[in-house]
Design a protein around this ligand. Structure first.
Ligand code: ATP
Ligand code: MG
Length: 429
């Protein structure tokens, strides 16, 4: 194929053989979020570039080097959203739905865009399910977010393969004091830091903490710890969160180097990580961002949220072979009809059955064909049963009901009794 007709590097098609697993995952999360009382919000994929600069922070990896930014025909600078929180905050402010302390528990799903180096678990178009809660400032809601994800891992069968890492970044005041101490310490060891960290020391010193460079990591061993700089309020908040996780029995590890890539976090930050995916081990990450709404022009409004990477979680389900059997079968019943008259009767019959069994996955053969070719297609469809309409069946107003997966002999069923019979033998999803 000519180069111009290929997808863009790092932007993937999700093929029909993969979509059942995606839909299973997305459906499981959506149901869970419904059950906990969260409501879906849908934001545009493109926003003014300024929105991301103001919310994510100018000196973050995302804004410095990962955004897909372009000028539109009006000369406005627009950006394909690299994450969902900024647009969600913009939307709630624009529509006034967090005003007067109104609590909002929102979630969203969709593609995000970052110009990163594509590799397993890291793409340029990827998909997130994210969640944001506004106007609740206590540790109880931070705990609920984590408890919900813990339940999700349980439902998906991957709980044993993920680990919760926790940290508290304090309020902006205590973080400011910590930042000063960290800068002082790191400046004294400036020569031992890698180049990137030397640069970050000036622009965004906390980010030095999550360096991958071994020499810099060695320097960090004796660096001041955020935990020693936490204000009383943040300390109490963090204790409150841990007490709730303990109450529910959710294990966690404290990771003082967990600072997250975005500027807007305060107090709680957390990541769910796995060692099953190689280098891209974070499957869900989030935290509290009590200053963000104000920073974006709203009234002070506490917020907390997280986002999970769908590609990474789907990869985990595949890697751990946690794929429920029923999702791979997409057809319950396949109707074969032979001859024009049977085809017409078959169409009408199929619609009657669909009226009575709306959840039945019934596929009607298209493109006619011989006995042999229609049976082959019926078998290939994965259906449990074939329905057969030929001259004999037409004459007697019955269908041949043929099990395709070795559950007994073919039998004849009267048209009027067919829906009731199907209801007894097909478990409908
Ligand atoms: P990472 O450290 O892996 O780059 P991040 O801190 O940039 O992640 P967030 O912005 O917090 O990630 O996004 C939340 C989640 O979205 C991540 O934990 C991950 O599961 C997923 N994610 C982020 N970037 C990508 C990407 N380029 N490709 C696939 N999934 C991604
Ligand atoms: Mg990243």
């Amino acid at each position: 194929m000519s180069k111009s007709l290929q997808a863009i590097r790092g932007m993937n098609d999700i093929l029909p053989e993969q979509t059942p697993l995606w839909r299973y995952f997305e459906g499981t999360v959506a149901r869970l979020l419904d059950n906990y009382g969260y409501k879906q919000i849908r934001m545009p994929i493109v926003e003014f570039t300024e929105l991301f600069k103001r919310s994510i922070g100018e000196v973050t990896d995302i804004v410095e080097k990962e955004m897909y930014t372009f000028e539109d025909r009006n000369g406005d600078s627009l950006t394909l959203r690299p994450e969902g929180t900024a647009a969600c905050v913009r939307a709630v402010l624009e529509h006034g739905i967090t005003g007067g302390g109104q609590v909002q528990k929102l979630w969203y799903i969709g593609p995000m865009f970052r110009h990163e180096r594509p590799q397993k678990g890291r793409y340029r178009q990827f998909h997130q399910i994210g969640l944001e809660v506004f106007n609740l400032d206590g540790p109880d809601i931070d705990a609920e977010l984590i408890i919900m994800t813990w339940r999700l891992w349980g439902e998906l069968g991957i709980r044993d393969a993920v680990k919760l890492e926790l940290n508290s970044l304090g309020t902006s005041e205590s973080r400011g004091r910590y930042r000063e101490a960290l800068v002082e310490y790191l400046s004294a060891h400036h020569d031992k830091l890698d180049e990137d960290s030397q640069r970050r020391l000036k622009t965004n010193p906390l980010r030095v903490l999550d360096t991958k460079n071994a020499d810099t990591q060695a320097v960090l061993v004796d660096a001041p710890k955020m935990a020693d700089y936490l204000d009383d309020e943040s300390r109490a908040h963090f204790e409150g969160l841990k007490a709730r996780l303990d109450a529910v029995g959710i294990p966690y590890v404290l990771n003082p180097k967990l600072v997250r890539g975005l500027d807007y976090y305060s107090k709680t930050v957390f990541e769910w990580v796995t060692d099953k995916l190689g280098a891209q081990g974070t499957v869900c990450a989030g935290g509290r961002y009590d200053g963000l709404v104000e920073q974006m022009g709203g009234k002070p409004t506490p917020g907390v949220g997280f986002a999970m990477g769908i590609e990474r979680l789907v990869l985990m389900l595949e890697t751990l072979e946690q794929i429920p059997e029923e999702i791979s079968r997409q057809v319950d019943v396949y109707l074969c009809a032979f001859g024009e008259e049977a085809e017409l009767a078959g169409l009408a019959l199929a619609e009657r059955i669909r009226d009575e069994l709306p959840n039945l996955r019934l596929q009607v053969n298209a493109g006619a064909g011989s006995f042999k070719s229609q049976f082959k297609k019926a078998d290939k469809s994965g259906a449990l049963y074939a329905l057969i309409l030929g001259d004999d069946e037409m004459a007697q107003q019955v269908v041949g009901f043929k099990p395709l997966r070795g559950q007994g002999e073919q039998q004849s069923i009267a048209w009027d009794a067919l829906a009731a019979h199907l209801a007894t033998c097909v478990v409908q999803g």
